[in-house]
Each structure stands twice: as C-alpha cells, then as structure tokens.
Design a protein around this ligand. Structure first.
Ligand code: UDP
Ligand code: MG
Length: 304
C-alpha cells in the first residue's frame, strides 16, 4: 500500500490564495504517484469565503478534508487541530499563501526516503521582499533564542516540513497548552535535515501578522523555550553588591546601604525565580525523553 501523506494547511481569510494554492499543489504532486495524499484544510474561523471554498474544494477532490474551528484561534491552534486529525504515515505542514512552495514537497519526500531521516524542514536563506525592520528583529530573535535556549531553532526555519509519524506523535504527546511549534519541533529532536530556499512573497491576500503580533510571537518563543530571563535579577544583584562595596569604600554610607538593600531585594527575586523556573518546567509536563525508535529485540529463545 502506498504511503499516505497528510498535508496540514491552516487557513485564515485565504479565499484569494487558496484556489492558487490548490492548483499549484495538484501540479507539484502530480508526479508523486507512489504516494497518496490527504489535504487537511483547517479553517481558523475565517470571516471571508474561505470555509465555503474549502468545502467546494472537498466536493471536487476526495483527497481534501476540511476542519473548521469555531472561532479564530490563531495559527498555532489551527496547526495543532490539523496535526491531531492527520492520519498520514508522513505529515507535512504548510501555509496557504504559497510562501511554502509545494514543489519542495517532492524534494522533501525524496530526501526523507533516500536518507531515512525523520523530518525534512525548510529554512529561508534570504528574506527578500520582507520589510527590513521585520528581518532585523527576526534575525535578532533567532540569535537570542540560540543563546538562551538549549534547543537550537535554526535561523529562518519555517514550520513548512515533512515528518514521519513517529516524530509527529512525539510532538502531540507534549501536553502543554501554550504552544510554540518551532520550539516543539526542535525540542523533540529526531534526525532533521534542512532544505534551504529563497524567500517567496505571499501570492495573494495579506499577512495576518502585524508587527506587534510578531513581537508577541517572539516573546512567546523565548518565554516558552527558556527560563534564562528569570536569572536576570541575580545578575543585577551582583552589580548592586559591587556598587555597594565601592560606595562603602568611598565612605558613602547611606548610598551604600541603599545599594545593599537593592542587592538583597534582587537576590530574593532571583531565588523566587529559580523556584518559578522549576514550576514552569514541571507545569509543561513534558516527557523526560523521547524514543526515536522502539525496535523489537528478539529474545534468545525466539526463532529467527
Ligand atoms: N493563519 C491562521 N490563523 C491565524 C493567522 C494565520 O490559520 O490567525 C494561517 C494563514 O492563513 C497562513 C498561515 O497561517 O496559511 C501563515 O500566516 P501568514 O501568511 O499571514 O503569516 P506570515 O507568512 O506573514 O508570517
Ligand atoms: Mg505567509
């Protein structure tokens, strides 16, 4: 039986882009006749004609499945809904606006089969067409994430990827509610290969992300992957202690006392932060390890 590939596409107000996406998707996958497809369109509470368009596409093509969320819940929630309902042996995630070129699916599929890896993800090597301020902050964000967090989120990495069922199941086993998928994809590990490609601009419609949305997304990314900021008060307490010492040596008793008090207050915050960090990780209820494969081993008594 040919492998089933589920393609999860979150859609929010994509009535202009979706028909173009479907046409390019059909064209790009026409040659992959050794695979079967399930195109999971997740309507994230769109206010335009996206949902009826999804149903129309499902009526024309039996491979299309439609999930519709009761209200706009954001891309992360739409993605989770789609991933939870995907039935494929391989699962792909992609946007509806053709910023994730469907032609790369074929390359991802070949790479996955040729190398035996668990996931082929995409990474933008250029940001042509993106507002420079957005590119600057995006680069800063990835650099900061790599510095602060133990899991490496590659610069320019997209959600667009094709992965094996084992990897998806590991991601779905992470029970946390506030989900930053790029971080979760990185956190579970597995053998991931990256496919570099040039940035492509959205084919139609407008981006749903304002600068402030993106800033909130970046803060979510950092806060969800690392508790390093909770150690900041410790750093400042050292500065205050040094200042207290210098002021005391200069005979400035009262300012030195103030610095000392500030130092004590910051140390207290730091201690509370250390406990908070532990509560934070416990509250996520992530597994301590993720099995890549569970190969059944033969017992000595088993016949070969
Ligand atoms: N999206 C969604 N819910 C939202 C916002 C976006 O499902 O609340 C979808 C959107 O339809 C698209 C993908 O998420 O398929 C990426 O959104 P967009 O292209 O607007 O983001 P950008 O590429 O500008 O980061
Ligand atoms: Mg886009």
């Amino acid at each position: 039986m040919a492998m089933l590939i589920s393609i999860v596409v979150p859609c929010y107000n994509e009535e202009d882009a979706l028909p173009l996406f479907k046409a390019r998707f059909d064209e790009a996958t026409a040659g992959m006749d050794e695979a079967r497809f399930e195109l999971l369109l997740v309507d994230d509470g769109s206010r335009d004609g996206t949902l009826s368009l999804c149903h129309r596409l499902a009526g024309q093509d039996a491979r299309v499945r439609v999930l519709s969320l009761a209200r706009n819940s954001g891309k992360e929630a739409a993605l989770l809904a789609g991933l939870s309902h995907a039935r494929g042996d391989l699962i792909a995630v992609m946007d509806a606006d053709l910023q994730d070129p469907p032609e790369l699916l074929c390359t991802m599929y070949d790479t996955l089969r040729r190398t035996g890896c668990d996931c082929v993800a995409s990474r933008r090597v250029t940001r042509v067409g993106e507002p420079p301020v957005r590119s600057f902050f995006a680069r800063l964000f990835y650099r900061l994430m790599r510095r602060l967090s133990e899991v490496a989120v590659e610069d320019g990495v997209r959600d667009f990827r094709l992965m094996r069922r084992e990897m998806l199941d590991a991601i779905l086993r992470l029970p946390e509610k506030r989900r930053f998928s790029k971080g979760l994809f990185a956190w579970v590990g597995f053998d991931v290969r990256y496919l570099a490609y040039e940035n492509v601009e959205r084919v139609a419609g407008v981006t749903k992300w304002s600068f402030w949305n993106l800033l909130a997304y970046a803060v979510e990314g950092i806060v969800s992957l690392t508790t390093a900021p909770l150690a900041v008060p410790f750093g400042f307490s050292l500065l205050c202690a040094a200042a207290a010492l210098v002021l005391a040596c200069c005979g400035q008793g009262f300012p030195a006392l103030l610095c000392l008090l500030a130092c004590l207050a910051l140390v207290s915050c730091g201690i509370a932060g250390a406990y908070l960090a532990r509560i934070f990780w416990e509250a996520k209820r992530r597994p301590l390890y993720v099995l890549r494969r569970d190969t059944p081993t033969r017992r000595p008594t088993d016949r070969p």
